[in-house]
Design a protein around this ligand. Structure first.
Ligand code: HEC
Length: 112
């Protein structure tokens, strides 16, 4: 998709997407699972990179209010090394997470 794009076109697209307001997710997050997800996020120091409230900075993307299924898939893909384009940063993080941790984190992040 991006092979034929110029750097200026990529910057223009980034500007466009950065200006969008993410819609509120309709996923019914479970409060207890979200609480456990927050505990895991605090313990793993996720916000050292993703910033407070998972707002994102530089190469660490915004994850606040992200789609539940997308979060679960990405964390599972890092863990299984199906997604490995980040020099292993998120693979190291995901290796410390159980499948239940990943789902709890997604319950937490979807509501931010
Ligand atoms: C050492 C820094 C660092 C830490 C700690 C970290 N992340 Fe990340 N995270 C990144 C970077 C950098 C990326 C983008 C990687 C890429 O390009 O694939 C990323 C990507 C992600 C993505 C995929 C986002 C997308 O839009 O596809 C999710 C979800 C995520 N992180 C969640 C977490 C969670 C949850 C934690 C804590 C359990 C965490 N991260 C801890 C740096 C970090």
């Amino acid at each position: 998709m991006v092979a034929g794009m110029t750097r200026d076109e990529m910057r223009a697209l980034s500007d466009y997407f950065a200006r969008q307001k993410p819609p509120r997710q309709s996923f019914p997050a479970d409060p207890e699972r979200a609480r456990l997800g927050k505990l895991k996020a605090d313990e793993t120091l996720c916000t050292m990179c993703h910033l407070g409230g998972f707002a994102g900075q530089n190469e660490s993307p915004r994850v606040a209010g992200q789609n539940y299924g997308y979060i679960v898939k990405q964390l599972g893909d890092y863990k299984a090394r199906r997604r490995a384009n980040d020099g292993g940063t998120m693979t190291s993080v995901a290796n410390t997470l159980s499948d239940e941790d990943i789902e709890n984190l997604a319950h937490y992040l979807v509501g931010l």
